[in-house]
Design a protein around this ligand. Structure first.
Ligand SMILES: O=C(O)C1CCN(c2ccc(-c3cc(CO)ccc3Cl)cn2)CC1
Length: 319
C-alpha cells in the first residue's frame, strides 16, 4: 500500500484569523487542538488530488495505464460533473481506469477503502483511492464557530490486488445515521427555476454545525464502531497498535481514547497542523505516520472516519 499526501503551501495561523472574526489562538487551540491550517490560494480539489495521484504512481513504479479505477472521496468537488476523479483520470492519462467520486464527508476515505477492497476482490488489479478537500470554499469566514475548524488538503493510497493486500484488510464497520444529517450541513443547492414556488430548505451553502450534537455523536458512536470492527476481526481493542481517527478535534480524540481505555499515545494526531480536512484527514495522517516510521509492517491499525451524514466508518488493517 503506497501512501502520499499534498497540502497547499499557504499556512494560516490561528492568530491570523483575528482579522476576519472575533477569535483567538487561545480559544481555538484550547477547544480544538488546532494551531494552523493549510488553505488553498487557488488550487482546486482536483489539483490537490492530481498531485497525490502523480506521487503514488512515481513511488510505486506503475504507470497510469496500469490503473483500473480512481476513486476520489470528497465533499468539496470542483464540479457536480465531471467528477473530480474523472478530472484526475484525464490529467494523469489513466486511459483504462474508470473514475468516480464518493460522497461520505469525513468518512469518505474509509467508505472508499471498503469499495476499493471489493473491486480488488473482483476483476480489478490496481487502483487509486484519494481523499481530497478544499473546505475553505465552504466556510463562512465571518462565522467563528466553524471557520476556525477546517483546512484544505488531499491524501491517498495506491492499492493492488494481491494475497498480501487481501490479508491486510481485516473487518470494517460502516454506519450512516441519516436522521442526524441536519446536524452538519454544507453546500446546499436550493431549487431554482421559473417553476420553483415551494419554500426551499433554510440551509445554506456554507458549513452549519450543531457542534454539541456532532461532538456527542462522535464520542459515543465512534468507540462502538471501533469495537464492532475489532470484534468482527476476532481481535481485542488492546491488540490495535495505532488508532488513526478523523482529525476533527483533539478533545474528541482524547475522549474516544478514554472510552476505549487505551493510552492516548496510540492515537496519532496532526490536527494541530492541518485542522479538519474531512475525507483527506485520515490518509494525510496515514502517509505521515508511514513516512516517519511510526507505522511498521505487520502492525494492526484502526482507521476511523466520522462526520457529515452523519456517517462513521472504521477499517482495521494489518499494515
Ligand atoms: O468546544 C467548543 O465550543 C466546540 C465544540 C464542538 N466542536 C466540534 C464538534 C464537532 C466537530 C466535528 C466536525 C466534523 C466536520 O468535518 C466532523 C466530526 C466532528 Cl466531531 C468538530 N468540532 C468544536 C469546538
Amino acid at each position: 500500500m503506497q501512501t502520499a499526501h499534498e497540502v497547499p503551501d499557504k499556512v494560516v495561523l490561528n492568530d491570523e484569523l483575528k482579522q476576519y472574526m472575533d477569535t483567538s489562538d487561545e480559544w481555538i487551540s484550547s477547544r480544538t487542538g488546532i494551531r494552523q491550517r493549510h488553505v488553498s490560494t487557488g488550487q482546486t480539489t482536483a489539483d490537490l488530488c492530481t498531485s497525490v495521484a502523480q506521487q503514488l504512481l512515481a513511488q510505486s513504479g506503475w504507470s497510469a495505464d496500469d490503473l483500473d479505477f480512481i476513486i476520489v472521496a470528497t465533499m468539496s468537488p470542483d464540479y457536480m460533473t465531471p467528477a473530480t476523479a474523472a478530472i484526475v483520470q484525464n490529467r494523469i492519462h489513466a486511459q483504462h481506469a474508470f473514475a468516480f467520486d464518493l460522497s461520505a464527508a469525513c468518512s469518505g476515505f474509509i467508505y472508499g477503502l471498503r469499495v476499493a477492497k471489493d473491486l480488488l476482490a473482483g476483476d480489478c488489479h490496481r487502483g487509486l483511492l484519494i481523499g481530497g478537500e478544499v473546505l475553505s470554499k465552504l466556510v463562512d469566514w465571518q462565522e467563528r464557530s466553524t471557520a476556525v475548524l477546517f483546512g484544505d488538503g488531499a491524501g491517498g493510497v495506491l492499492l493492488e490486488q494481491s494475497d498480501e493486500t487481501a490479508s491486510q484488510f481485516l473487518a470494517s464497520d460502516l454506519q450512516t445515521l441519516g436522521e442526524l444529517g441536519d446536524r452538519l450541513t454544507a453546500g446546499y443547492q436550493p431549487v431554482t427555476s421559473p417553476f420553483a414556488t415551494d419554500a426551499t430548505d433554510p440551509h445554506q451553502r456554507y458549513f452549519e454545525m450543531d457542534g454539541r450534537a456532532v461532538y456527542k455523536f462522535a464520542t459515543h458512536d465512534v468507540p462502538r464502531s471501533i469495537e464492532r470492527a475489532v470484534t468482527a476481526s476476532s481481535l481485542m481493542v488492546k491488540d490495535v497498535d495505532y488508532f488513526l481517527l478523523h482529525q476533527a478535534n483533539q478533545r474528541i480524540i482524547d475522549q474516544i481514547a478514554k472510552r476505549l481505555a487505551q493510552p492516548t499515545d496510540k492515537f496519532l494526531s496532526n490536527v494541530a497542523n492541518y485542522g479538519n480536512t474531512s475525507a483527506a484527514s485520515v490518509p494525510i495522517l496515514l502517509d505521515e505516520a508511514v513516512r516517519n516510521g511510526t507505522i511498521q509492517r505487520g502492525q494492526t491499525i484502526a482507521l476511523s472516519g466520522f462526520g457529515g451524514g452523519l456517517t462513521i466508518g472504521t477499517q482495521l488493517i494489518q499494515y
